[in-house]
Design a protein around this ligand. Sequence first.
Ligand code: SAM
Length: 256
Amino acid sequence: MSRPFGAGERALLLDSKGRRYLVTLTAGAEFHTHAGFVLHDELLGREEGTVVRTGSGARYTAVRPTLSDFVLKMPRGAQVIYPKDLAQILVLADIHDGLSVMEAGVGSGALSMTLLRAGAEVWGFELRSDFAARARANVASFLGPEALERFHVEEHDVYEGIPRADLDRVVLDLPEPWRVVPHAEKALRPGGILLSYLPTINQVSQLRQALDESSFAMAETVEVLVRSWHVDGRSVRPDHRMVAHTGFLTHARLVG
Ligand SMILES: C[S@@+](CC[C@H](N)C(=O)[O-])C[C@H]1O[C@@H](n2cnc3c(N)ncnc32)[C@H](O)[C@@H]1O
């Protein structure tokens, strides 16, 4: 069903070199580029795929941002988890609608909006109130204010404990997840999944040791490598550059 752009919506503008710009459409506003400006009014009421031009003729194609586009362009407090890892987290933690998920730390909300978009109810804990506010704003901005009904963020140090019970999932992106393992054993339901994103393998070792000494089983650690390809006529090969490392994903299930 066609849905023209409206005021207050985000549009992703792509230039002829594939560069991407995220703008919030506002009546009467202008998007300034090195090659002149584009009037937002030329996009309001138009369909995705519309091409607009600056005064000097530079072309910009407008589409709605995907979750991945938004995560890479949204305002950040803390470093976000990259889309390649967000995608794998959904599968490894088997996230689906109706699940009760505890997430810490919430940071900029990239993982929060991914969990919410998959239909989960998210109980988020974050040390910093400014980050919690940023995450809430990002969630409302991309998923709409109604998503906040399933996003409960509290300022709380999760190393002190998890003030929830009967959770289906515990998803962690913080420096010392091994300190959360004993709390997760109490807060998760049997069969529940703990997943942790960690940048270094030393942290992974310490987490795996804590999991070995706990009621968690089936622990696994993976990393996600995504290699993009250059495709131009007969020149078809892997791109020269790639994001070689972001983090490791460790997941385990609570058993008796
Ligand atoms: C890397 S950021 C999380 C980014 C988030 N996953 C995202 O994709 O946007 C880590 C966050 O954990 C928070 N944090 C660190 N230790 C914490 C703790 N003990 N309890 C709650 N939050 C904590 C930090 O304040 C920081 O915002």
